[in-house]
Design a protein around this ligand. Structure first.
Ligand SMILES: [Zn+2]
Length: 483
């Protein structure tokens, strides 16, 4: 068996001010063709699963590049075309192959390509022809377009949000693809468009029980795989929306019927999947009123994992104005401030302008007096699905009663060691503010006395219906409330 694999993807926030260029795709993990099996990029898990299967079976796995950009604004056309053409050239050079398994995100929008990864998959299909098995693993925050489905034999999405199952789903993809190439199963994909879009947290009900039930159905009665494409509400795609994807063993009627019943259930509960999002002051008041320490406030709208800058000051400004002490906040992306702190050294006191630099969605920069508590070059934190995620250089600073983790690599907060590696005792901290929409929950959920999701004026507001969409169908719920 000869298998080609590669990664190309990002999650495009159409309302984010920062463009996504070539260099953004060539960050950590750009070339996964190494012998390392640990600490692979979160979007190199298909590659990892294939390496492991190859070691067991003697398959030949040809690895193309891993090109994954952290979520940001629209991808520059030349960047997408260059990376796409590189992938296609690598594939062509690898021919003949029996199987192509890619890891994509599914929500990339490039200039001139509203469905960039659909374009990619269609071109891969055109190169390999209908006789070569083509599968892919996607993020559930994808735009599950008809082109993506029509171009492939099998698509498997992560089930969990936070995405704790990237590797597990990659193994599903490899296992089912192998069975299909061997002729043991005939995957038939069916999709149902639910006419809605929402945020679906699988860390709590009602999604928790739904996902557990769907998982238990797999492997029985001809059901091979069930995925829920949540959709990405900040991507202005004509394919924006929540969809159900059912894969059965040769039984299209059964797949359609399951799409119908699962879709009906999700649509009926559509208003219950997303949490409430109080504003900064209400969230701070609620957190301070708690009888417990370790109340986590999630700055969802400034989540770099959804395309935001990660430098907004809306919550920090309110913490300082209200003279809150015993709070921590991070990561706050400010390479300039980190540079000054690095120059000054631990123990220094500086008058600096912090945060609020990228655009109006970042709020105002704050003029503060800060003390440098800790410094670290090339710091990391626990990442998604057992991976390690870069933070860049870090300066931990004290601004009045708030300890802030400033960093140089734009990323969300995933792991509690974002704070604890610098000696911060989260169990003794009153308010823990983390820039993340939901991935933080995998590690912070277990130590939090309470989690409060906060609405701020960032580029991925919970109330997304007021954003200036041009391509998305604003006839679906909740744009059209009666839909
Ligand atoms: Zn996602």
């Amino acid at each position: 068996m000869r298998v080609f694999t590669a990664t190309l993807g990002t999650e495009t926030n159409s309302f984010a001010p920062m463009p996504t260029g070539l260099a953004d795709f060539q960050g950590p993990g750009y070339d996964p063709a190494t012998t390392a099996t640990e600490n692979l990029h979160a979007f190199a898990q298909v590659c990892r699963a294939l390496r492991e299967r190859a070691a067991e079976t003697g398959w030949t796995v040809i690895e193309g590049k891993l090109a994954f950009a952290g979520p940001s604004g629209t991808t520059v056309r030349a960047a997408y075309e260059a990376l796409r053409d590189q992938l296609l050239a690598d594939l062509t050079a690898a021919l003949p192959v029996d199987m192509v398994l890619l890891q994509i995100h599914g929500a990339m929008i490039a200039d001139g390509y509203p469905d960039a990864e659909g374009d990619l998959l269609a071109r891969v299909r055109a190169i390999v022809g209908p006789g070569v098995f083509l599968g892919a693993e996607l993020d559930p925050h994808c735009h599950l377009s008809p082109l993506k489905v029509a171009s492939t034999d099998l698509l498997v999405l992560f089930k969990e949000y936070p995405h704790t199952d990237i590797y597990a789903r990659a193994k599903d993809l490899v296992r089912l693809s192998e069975a299909a190439v061997a002729g043991r199963v005939k995957p038939v994909m069916r999709v149902r468009d639910l006419g809605m879009v929402t945020v679906i947290h699988t860390s709590r009900e009602p999604a928790r029980a739904l996902i557990d039930r769907l998982s238990a159905m797999e492997g029985h009665d001809g059901v091979l795989s069930i995925s829920i494409a949540h959709g990405f509400p900040w991507g202005d795609s004509p394919d924006l929306g929540t969809r159900v994807l059912v894969v059965t063993d040769g039984d299209a009627t059964k797949a359609d019927a399951l799409c119908q019943t699962i879709g009906d259930e999700i649509y009926a509960r559509r208003a219950a999947f997303a949490p409430a999002y109080p504003g900064p002051d209400d969230a701070i008041t609620r957190g301070l009123a708690s009888n417990h320490l370790a109340v986590v406030l999630a700055d969802s709208a400034d989540n770099p994992g959804g395309g935001a800058a990660g430098d907004s000051t809306f919550i920090l400004e309110r913490l300082l104005a209200r003279k809150v002490d015993n709070a921590v906040l991070g990561p706050l992306w400010d390479p300039v401030a980190v540079g000054f702190c690095m120059q000054a050294g631990v123990g220094a006191t500086l008058e600096l302008r912090v945060g609020g630099k990228v655009s109006r969605f970042s709020g105002h920069p704050l003029d503060v007096r800060l003390e440098v508590l800790a410094l670290k070059k090339n710091a990391t934190q626990d990442g998604l699905s057992g991976t390690t995620a870069p933070l860049g250089d870090v300066a931990v600073v004290k601004i009045e009663g708030v300890t802030v983790v400033l960093n140089t690599y734009r990323t969300q907060g995933f792991g509690t060691n974002l704070f604890t590696q610098f000696g911060i005792d989260l169990s003794a901290t009153k308010l823990i503010v983390v820039k993340s929409s939901q991935h933080f929950h995998a590690k912070f959920g277990p130590i939090a006395s309470e989690v409060i999701y906060v609405e701020t004026p960032g580029v991925m507001p919970a109330n997304f219906t007021g954003l200036p969409f041009k391509r998305a169908r604003t006839t679906i719920w909740p744009f059209a409330r009666g839909a």
